[in-house]
Design a binder for this molecule. Sequence first.
Ligand code: KG4
Ligand code: ZN
Length: 402
Amino acid sequence: MKILSIETSCDETAVAILECTGDITEASFKILGNALYSQAEKQAEFGGVYPSLAKREHQANLVPLATQALEEASMLSIREDDDSEIPEDVFKNVRDEEFKQSILTFLKENAKPEVDMIAVTRGPGLEPALWTGINFAEAFSRAWGIPLVGIDHMEGHVVSALLKPVGREQGAESSQKTATYNLQPIKLPLMALLISGGHTELILMKEWFEYRAVGRTRDDAVGEAFDKVARLLSLPYPGGPKIAELAAESREKGGENPFSFPSPMTSGPTCDFSFSGLKTAVLYTMKKIDGLSDTEREHIAEAFENAAKDALVIQTRKALRQDTAETLAIAGGVSANKTIRGAFRELVKKEFPQVTLMVPHKSLTGDNAIMIGAAAYLRKTAGKISANGIQAAGKLRLETLP
Ligand code: KG4
Ligand code: ZN
């Protein structure tokens, strides 16, 4: 089965084509095409993600990226019946004239590719950004008569942790034409710690696609805290990798770190998170210092990263004590963080040796379309696709999925 997948929930525009085989115990995904454009640099001016800019960027980039992915997959061919009209209802929800024209031109020039299903992220995320992907996917689905499924972005992140590249090791981000990812055999229940720019949550998956919320942030997401603290330290967006770099320099130099920040929520009984107080603690500390030295910036980055890491580890430890799990999956943009990964390796080794830790390959930690296509296929093989019309759902929650 070949799936064309689309991800536009935040500031990455991504289109992938996956050839999927096997069932839910041994699925394999050959990446035939994969095109991704990150708006991070453009969004950097605003210090975060600006929804209407995200929407405009998705509109400008979806057709070029779909073209690139299909070309990589050798699935583009010239449309023979190029005189026949494209019915107007194909564009039912596409209001932006330029976006519509770019889709129309693409559909007029290119023949229907050999794709069996189209998958698109329907939430959670920025609604204007989500709608752009959904409207685009619907236009293709209607024009070509290919079934369309809406996928939960966070489910995509869960699946990303379970995929392992085989064969040729691909470059970090560039073309993954030749990559194949195999679904790793896992034991359920699976506890997922999802950590990104918009989310921080602990979710228990007892059976495939059956979720229960165990804990979530009451205010900022951990990635958001990284981004906000980075801004305080005058580091560009996205701040996570930059903070990690400064913190690593501080650790490398050794010596005593005069700063330390508390890990919020950790002393209470719940597995919830809170990161806004931590950001404020960093702000107050910085206000007391006149002109931060480079060393002080590194120390603050390290102390912040440690506090964030400790909060994640302590709450996950509680969750694993409270609910039995055979697998711990950590995913989302922040799962790229080496200090956090290392801390979880330690936790599992020392305290939960019966639990298998799964983290995504570096090519899949950030937002991408591969995880959306893979989740769609796994749902399809498990007979868990609901065929309702697709609406963007900015606040979609895993535990409410049918
Ligand atoms: O999953 P993702 O790409 O997008 C969302 O769905 O939000 O996550 C982006 C977040 C950003 O907040 C970014 O700063 C953070 O992931 N991030 C990191 C690292 N790499 C990315 N945070 C800490 N350490 C990193 N190495
Ligand atoms: Zn994400």
